[in-house]
Ligand binder design. Structure first.
Ligand SMILES: *Cc1c(COP(=O)(O)O)cnc(C)c1O
Length: 366
């Protein structure tokens, strides 16, 4: 028998922090929440996050597709499920049978949902999606009262919700304020807030930075995972994911020695170099190479040297004489903000989180 080898990279997921962030969303805008758990709960683990939030009085889980909806049900979670994107015709029988909630972007798909619901003798709850600027789905805001009237004639559908999406809530305040106004004008033209059980527009940035008006449901994603897309709110949120690795090797290189592919970094002095067991094959962005990113070892920030490789990267530990093989390394988390890594990698935190690969073991703390 051989000993079990510990993982070289793992992500600690703090479920208490997740729940605290949900409370921040609740306090910020009020109303009910659709917890957005698409893309494996932003890389945090779909089943575990759904189970952790299932007892928190969530109105819906928002998922990208039927596969994610199935995984939530297979995890034994029976919270209502909302499909955030378009569905394919072949998926709709299952959606109707399991009474998941689609958003409707065309009369044709509504017709098919209606026929499938009729065949089962049920009324399927659906939401009318309106495109107020995102350009990705929903009905464009023309002739909406006529569209709603057509949909209401489909007897096996219940149009219980009206939703739209914000493309620029974290980038363009004026546009977003106009979008909230336009959405409310649309709502009024469709009979007002009392016509729908659920009215929803805000993502994380929308719910943190704007007032709800007549919306009674918000759709937080990123903020549940501890990151504010808007300045000024980060201090209220708690870190959920800490990405960690270990020092696998420490060596001393002479001055003038290249480090990593392409020899983009060459030592200027005798340098103690720690090799760390994580790389872009774990989802750490290779693009941060040479951008001055740090890791955290034994209470210090230490700089990454040269290019990030697939499975390993190198760190200058010359000024941290106590660093040794087996030491734990924080790649991002409470000491190295993931926002910093995203900025250095010229990308967004959403992409960093969802890019953490399956090789990284997720460990849950509660
Ligand atoms: C992903 C998504 C959200 C969540 O967005 P965050 O910015 O992560 O809060 C909300 N609504 C829709 C329609 C989405 O696709």
């Amino acid at each position: 028998m051989f000993p079990v080898s510990p993982p070289r990279a793992w992500a600690e997921i703090d479920l208490g922090a997740l729940r605290r962030n949900l409370s921040v969303a609740r306090e910020a805008i009020g109303g009910a929440q659709m917890a957005v758990v698409k893309a494996g709960a932003y890389g945090h683990g779909l089943e575990e996050i759904a189970r952790a939030l299932a007892t928190e009085d969530i109105a819906f889980f928002g998922v990208a597709n039927v596969g994610e909806a199935r995984r939530i049900r297979n995890a034994g979670v029976d919270t209502r499920i909302y499909l955030l994107g378009a569905t394919w015709a072949e998926e709709r029988e299952e959606i109707v049978a399991r009474e998941w909630t689609p958003c409707i972007s065309s009369i044709e798909e509504a017709g098919q949902f209606n026929r499938l619901a009729a065949a089962r003798g049920i009324r399927l709850k659906v939401h009318l999606a309106v495109d107020t600027g995102m350009g990705r789905g929903g009905f464009v805001a023309e002739n909406l009262p006529e569209t709603l009237a057509l949909l209401e004639r489909l007897e096996h559908l219940e149009i219980e919700g009206l939703g739209s999406h914000l493309p620029s809530a974290d980038e363009d305040r004026d546009f977003t304020l106009r979008q909230f106004e336009e959405f409310h004008a649309i709502l009024a033209s469709l009979g007002g807030a009392s016509r729908f059980k659920w009215v929803h527009l805000a993502n994380s940035a929308g719910l943190l930075g704007y007032s709800a008006g007549d919306c009674n449901l918000s759709r937080p994603g990123l903020m549940l995972y501890g990151i504010s897309p808007l300045d000024g709110f980060q201090a209220r949120l708690s870190t959920v994911m800490t990405l960690k690795s270990r020092v696998t090797l420490v060596r001393t290189l002479p001055a003038g020695h290249g480090v990593s592919y392409g020899r983009q970094f060459v030592t200027r002095r005798e340098t103690r170099v720690a090799t760390i067991g994580i790389g872009y094959g774990d989802g750490y962005p290779r693009h941060v190479s040479g951008k001055g990113a740090d890791v955290w070892i034994r209470g210090r920030r230490l700089p990454i040297l040269g290019r990030v490789t697939m499975d390993q990267m190198m760190v200058d530990v010359t000024d941290a004489g106590d660093v040794c093989e087996g030491d734990e390394v924080e790649i991002f988390g409470p000491n190295i903000p993931v926002t910093e890594i995203a900025a250095k990698g010229e990308t967004i935190v959403w992409e960093i989180f969802t890019g953490i690969t399956p090789r990284v073991m997720r460990c849950y703390l509660d």
